[in-house]
Design a protein around this ligand. Sequence first.
Ligand code: TXA
Ligand code: MG
Length: 521
Amino acid sequence: MNLWQQQPSELRPAVFLDRDGTLIEDVGALGDPEKIRIYPETVSALRLLAKRYVFFVVTNQSCVAKGEITREEVDGVNKRLGSMLTARGIHITRWYVCPHSREAKCACAKPSPFFLKQAARQYGIDLKKSFILGDHPSDVYTGDAVGTYGLYVMTGHGPRHIHELEPGRIVFHTLHDAARWIMGHPEHVRDLEKSIAQGAEVLRGGGLTVFPTETVYGLGADAYNAEAVKKIFKAKGRPYNDPLIVHVADTGDVDKLAAEVPAKARLLMKHFWPGPLTLVLRKSPDVPDLVTASAPTVAVRMPANPTARKLIATAGCPVAAPSANLFGKTSPTTAEHVRLQLEGRYDALIDGGACRVGVESTVLSLTGTRPVLLRPGGISREALEETIGSVDVPGESGPAEQAGESPGMLPSHYAPGTLFLLVDDASAYAGDEDTGVILFTSPSIAYKGVTRVLSRDGSTAEAASNLYRVMRELDECGLKRIVAERLPRDGVGAAVNDRMTRAAARGTLYKQGPKKAETRA
Ligand code: TXA
Ligand code: MG
């Protein structure tokens, strides 16, 4: 039987893979097979996916058009990579190469799904049940016209271009995380919608739903249902004196939750919502005391993550939610992090991939005469001040104390189990094998221990998105200590430093010289 005679039920689903920055390190024009560096997660990811999918590589090699390498060299690299994968039991059905420049508007160039259609014709592929994975927004958009679902990985150029990616697109730290998501969501859009609908049903029924936001995963309950909210505190082991943030999908909900909404709040909502900014306002009597720890104020925020907003809108109630971790522990930035700590303590979990911002929202109080920054977070103090003028910070000189610190801002928080130290320069630990080192950017010296770089490009935003994952990874390595270098304070850097300071407070804070602090612990 010819392939074109196949019935739709016989069509196979495929995963289309970008090559550079997705399967292998992106080293620029790659003409020498000796320079191929396969990512550590590539093989395990493809083995997982091979249970259901056939593979195609779709790669743009504009370096050919630029004359940097020849088409033959590209084919040579593909051939070698193909045999490296075959040796590990992985078969790539076909390699599609677009050798034109990105500006050429050729038929094969992304985001045209030319190669996808060709694969569908020649190999009987069901494009609507297929996925395309890449580290550039154009990779992710390639399948849109034919219903192939695009997923973004933050390897390769992923971190550099993430701000160009539409907010509704799902992102992952690694190819393996993406593979796990695909295996759990074979019908992609439909499965995600089903999971949102179930999560909303659980909320309406007084249960707990874990959901992704752009900052961290939240453990949510109907904010107007005190019994449901009580379950959050129990599941986390959270003290009742630590109030919760109420998440909304519509600014109209704020008028019902707050007794009054000052002009500055409206201005901030217009500028930064949906997004990682929480506003503390005077509360309406309808908000249960349990949510606000009996305070006369309520914290509200509208998350940027479209899945979160859809959940809240579908549930039809504002959602009270703290970060979905055990009290005092590191916040979760993937669904897997949540499962590891809270499995069995919630009724539904919506897996929306990795959280893009990676640290919690900024909490700003607007209940006093002046705005007070209660917690640094995803929106910087400078950005707030550009919109509403000066913002006080507790502890700094000035009349900040009037609003007090946020009750949840304990000096010790976000703590890994391993001794955690915060330093300005980690090089004193370079010779220690049993030390985990968290560096802001690529080091200029060699470290003997386990190192993790938060951002090769020196971006504080990228560093924030990696922080909690890296803290968790190093915590699992059985190390004697973890040493982290302080970040520059610009943008979200201040929030990252704040979280690392609190993680360090559990052990001891580095003050004078490296290692001295430890002996005082
Ligand atoms: O990014 C975030 O804000 C995440 C996601 C899930 O939205 N949520 C989060 O929630 O970080 P949680 O519970 O881990 O932190 C809430 C912070 C705490 O420091 C709490 O004390 C403070 O907000 N907060 C809540 N209500 C408050 C209130 N009425 N007055 C002052 N601070 C409040
Ligand atoms: Mg790429």
